[in-house]
Design a protein around this ligand. Structure first.
Ligand code: ADP
Ligand code: MG
Length: 464
């Protein structure tokens, strides 16, 4: 029996208590319970907790609390483009979502203005919006553009937050983040959040922070027990298409995200699904932003059943009604797998993640299993069995590296795969496990991802 803590006990200002109540948050999630007092007490923090565990409010609430405290009478702020709080996100979709969350949390507060800065949208409106904004949520490329043209200054920033921090510090964003770090070097606080922190980014992370404290919820083994993960081996891409068509016919799927490895693949897969009678639409970073917004909005409203996306949708996106994630193309990195499947099973719900893999993807599958320290249960669909007989169990008990074995879970994660409610140890959301599992299998496979499109100008910004 874990203790639960209300937001009131965390010492948040009245308008924030009203807002959390209006949002239906009855108690703080474990990460919120740890982070809110830590962030309010000051200093730098590096925080990891699983996808869907409420990290956004974990950073927004203490920051907004400080903004409210520094302006207790809610006086209108002067119209300068000099924010005190800067939140950076890797994609435009995530920046918009975090902004929306922030706006919902300040509904009952006065004197707090929030602006969103991101590529793909007209400059004029953004430049007008940042005047007088205390809190800015941005993707790095457009933010630097606006800094360079002096439409915004970052020298009054007191706190910089990197959401999906390991992605922000990885190749592609690194240089921009270092530049932004310099522009707000007078700040007193840096906070980093992610479900994963790859070792390769740790040095850069610590170089941007000042003796950071570490908050880590749920070990790798404990993560994602609420997401039933399976695997389907396929002989070819054509075979994967047949498996996908079959899997998506499952009526227990409320909404699904199918991940593709490239932008072209995402369109091809969506086309072929539509030809098979599914209601599917594609989402990738080369589409005009207005189209991207419309398509994600349609998913949020429940008007789209299947979204076929590149990794542009792998991080942060919160659509609680997504019951299934299917990896049609395999992620490039094992940690991307964790973020992709984390689009389902959010806020204490259950979810299903199915990976389609070709036999040549065996080593990638093994890398994922080692990373998550969980075997991926291989399943077959009668009539769609792989012909190639090279299949061996994707996991042999005891085959993990010393010290990294899958031990403790036995060779099977079957017990995690039925929604018995015990599955999500830290279910502090007070919701019953959500959708039931379909008992379907899944595979994963595929080439490198296209969402980031290093292509055009060869740099990071294309992802945002
Ligand atoms: P993360 O960033 O950890 O992946 P999010 O911050 O996107 O997770 O939150 C996941 C979901 O949980 C969101 O739909 C959010 O509204 C909901 N949520 C956050 N905090 C609470 C809470 N205290 N009680 C109930 N639901 C919450
Ligand atoms: Mg998040």
């Amino acid at each position: 029996m874990t203790m639960t803590i209300s937001f009131k006990e965390l010492g948040l200002a009245q308008p924030l208590l009203q807002a959390t109540e209006a949002l239906g948050y009855t108690q703080a999630t474990p990460v919120q319970e740890k982070v809110i007092p830590a962030a309010i007490s000051g200093g730098d923090w590096m925080v990891s907790s699983q996808t869907g565990s409420g990290k956004t409010a974990a950073f927004l609430l203490p920051l907004l609390n400080q903004l409210i405290a520094s302006n207790p009478n809610g006086k209108p702020v002067p119209g300068r483009a000099e924010p005190q709080v800067l939140i950076l996100c890797p994609t435009r979709e995530l920046a918009q979502q975090v902004s929306t969350d922030a706006i919902n949390l300040v509904k009952f507060a006065r004197g707090i203005r929030i602006a969103t800065i991101m590529g793909g949208m007209p400059y004029g409106k953004q430049i007008a919006q940042i005047k007088g904004a205390n809190l800015v949520v941005a993707t790095p490329g457009r933010l630097l553009d606006l800094c360079n043209s002096r439409a915004i200054r970052l020298d009054k920033v007191k706190c910089m937050i990197l959401d999906e921090a390991d992605r922000m510090l990885d190749l592609g964003f690194q240089d921009d983040i270092e530049a932004i770090h310099e522009l707000c070097s007078a700040r007193g606080q840096t906070l980093m959040f992610s479900a994963t922190f790859a070792p390769r980014i740790m040095q850069l992370a610590t170089s941007l922070m000042n003796n950071p404290g570490r908050i880590e919820l749920a070990s790798a083994q404990d993560r994602h027990e609420n997401i039933a993960q399976t695997l389907h081996w396929a002989d070819s891409v054509a075979h994967k298409h047949k498996l996908l068509d079959h899997l998506l016919s499952d009526p227990t799927i409320e909404q699904a995200v199918v991940f593709a490895s490239t932008q072209v693949d995402s369109e091809t897969i969506a086309d072929s699904l539509r030809a098979d009678g599914h209601q599917a639409t594609a989402l990738h970073g080369a589409m005009p932003q207005a189209v991207r917004n419309r398509r994600l909005q349609s998913l949020r409203k429940g008007q789209t059943r299947i979204l076929v996306a590149t990794d542009v949708a792998a991080r942060g996106i919160d659509v609680p009604t997504i019951t299934h994630v299917i990896n049609f193309g395999l992620p490039m990195k094992a940690e991307d797998y964790v973020h992709r499947i984390g689009r389902t099973g959010r806020a204490g719900r259950s979810g299903v993640a199915i990976t389609l893999a070709e036999h040549r993807d065996r080593s990638k599958i093994r890398a994922i299993e080692q990373y998550t320290q969980q075997p991926l249960q291989a399943e077959v669909i009668p009539g769609l069995e792989p012909q190639e007989k090279s299949r061996k169990p994707s996991h042999r008990p005891g085959s993990g590296r010393p010290g990294r074995s899958f031990g403790g879970k036995g060779g099977s994660n079957a017990s995690n795969r039925q929604g018995e409610g015990k599955s999500f140890k830290q279910n502090h959301f007070g919701k019953p496990s959500g959708p039931k599992f379909a008992g379907s299998g899944k595979p994963s496979s595929g080439p490198k991802f296209g969402g980031s499109g290093k292509s055009s100008s060869g740099h990071k910004r294309s992802f945002a």
